[in-house]
Design a protein around this ligand. Structure first.
Ligand code: CS2
Ligand code: MG
Length: 402
């Protein structure tokens, strides 16, 4: 069996998605998500100019060998662009494998460890009152786990706050827009926010919060300690991912569980964090972290240290990635939680999805492979539009981590 053709489909139904379609001479094709928010065309070009010519003629069933071909076989390994492309290839090949065997992906990963996948919603508001209101709405929709973000007083345009009425979508058309940041104000505000949420909604709701790489290690330690009374399910990206030693300092001061790695793309980003037990949840998604082949190994390694999986699932990860994540979450024993930001309705014109939200969980049907399809005619109706993630400046103008 051979790969006879592959193409990259770039489409913008409300936001940009890059989808890899690999076709075989057995009449079966597979889909992979290659979306890298704000750098979409870099991955598309890498796939088109380098990876696709190398894939043609190869046996699509050899997922392990092909993974290594595009990892070990690439001298300039790792990096977001390279790994997003490899992830898409790997997902498309596992999709093909499932279709060839006539079985859903989760069966290839060990079958079901659970019937449904616990997900968390995003609650967001310009201020504490709006955020509280938003938490209530998510609970009314049936969610039992909610991430809470709110505008920090006197810090215009904070991370995680929706600009208009709709859900939070940080990428905006054109070149990067600028947001502002002030850690001292944030550190004073965040514990009060969670005190208000607990007072309003009680102890049962699972609460999460994303620091989005904004704190220095000692600031992160202060925050994690101050949030302890509110028993967060997790505190995400308290320090920037590139400074892994920062987690040691945080751990010395707090037992608030830590999730990290939505910007990681290799098991080597995680080796010390996991083996030194500095984190509790892995965030690296299938579509950026090397696909099923790589994440299966990382999940097994994490499981040995009682670290759980908590995949990134923002709207910039396509329905192909979300569906693949649900299969993975159903199968691995050390699953923790899945992020779920429903895509706007227009996305379903392009992607035909096979998952369903019900009572705070997602389930998926038994369509062979990943089970998501793409309508290429509809995709062509939504051409690429350049959009970028913001950059952030401190109140004195210094550029900081967004
Ligand atoms: C985030 C995202 O979902 C999350 O936890 O950190 O909002 C992230 O900023 C975007 O996915 C970036 O593309
Ligand atoms: Mg995050």
């Amino acid at each position: 069996m051979k790969i006879k053709n592959a193409k990259v489909i770039v489409s913008c139904p409300g936001r940009n998605f890059v989808t890899l379609k690999i076709e075989t001479d057995a009449g079966v094709y597979g889909l992979g998500d290659a979306t890298l928010n704000g750098r979409e065309l870099a991955v598309a070009s890498y796939l088109e100019n380098y990876c696709i010519p190398m894939l043609l003629g190869k046996d699509p069933r050899n997922t392990e060998d092909l993974w290594n071909y595009f990892y070990r076989g690439v001298y300039w390994k790792r990096g977001a662009v390279n790994m997003a492309a490899l992830s898409a290839i790997d997902l498309a090949l596992w999709d093909i494998k499932g279709k060839l065997l006539g079985t859903p992906l989760y069966n290839l990963l060990g079958g079901k460890s659970r019937e449904r996948v616990l997900v968390y919603a995003h609650a967001t508001g310009k201020d504490s009152a709006e955020a509280l209101d938003s938490v209530g709405k998510k609970l009314d929709l049936g969610f039992s786990a909610v991430r809470v973000q709110a505008g920090v007083p006197n810090v215009p345009a904070s991370y995680g706050v929706a600009r208009g009425e709709g859900p939070y979508e940080p990428a905006a058309p054109g070149l990067p827009h600028e947001e502002s940041w002030d850690t001292p104000r944030y550190l004073r505000f965040a514990p009060k926010l969670f005190q208000n949420v607990r007072d309003a909604y009680g102890d049962d709701v699972l609460l999460l919060h994303d620091v989005h790489h904004r704190c220095t290690p000692i600031e992160a330690a202060r925050l994690a300690k101050d949030l302890e009374p509110y028993r967060l399910f997790w505190l995400e990206d308290p320090v920037t991912g590139e400074l892994q030693e920062g987690l040691r300092l945080l751990r010395r001061h707090s037992v608030t569980p830590v999730a990290i790695g939505e910007v990681f793309n290799s098991v080597y980003d995680y080796t010390s964090l996991i083996s030194e037990q500095l984190i509790d949840f892995v965030r690296m998604p299938l579509s950026h972290g090397g696909g099923v082949t790589h994440l299966l190994k990382l999940a097994a390694f994490a499981g040995i240290y009682h670290v759980q999986m908590g995949f990134h699932g923002a709207t910039d990860l396509s329905p192909v990635n979300l569906a693949a994540s649900i299969h993975f979450d159903l199968a691995v024993s050390n699953f923790g939680i899945q992020e779920y930001m429903p895509h706007p309705e227009v996305v379903n014109e392009v992607f035909k999805v096979n998952y369903r939200f019900e009572r705070g969980t997602l389930s998926i049907d038994d369509t062979p492979g990943i089970g998501v399809d793409i309508d290429e005619e509809q995709a062509a109706r939504y051409p690429y539009q350049m959009a970028c993630l913001p950059v952030a400046r401190k109140l004195d103008g210094t550029l900081t981590y967004w």
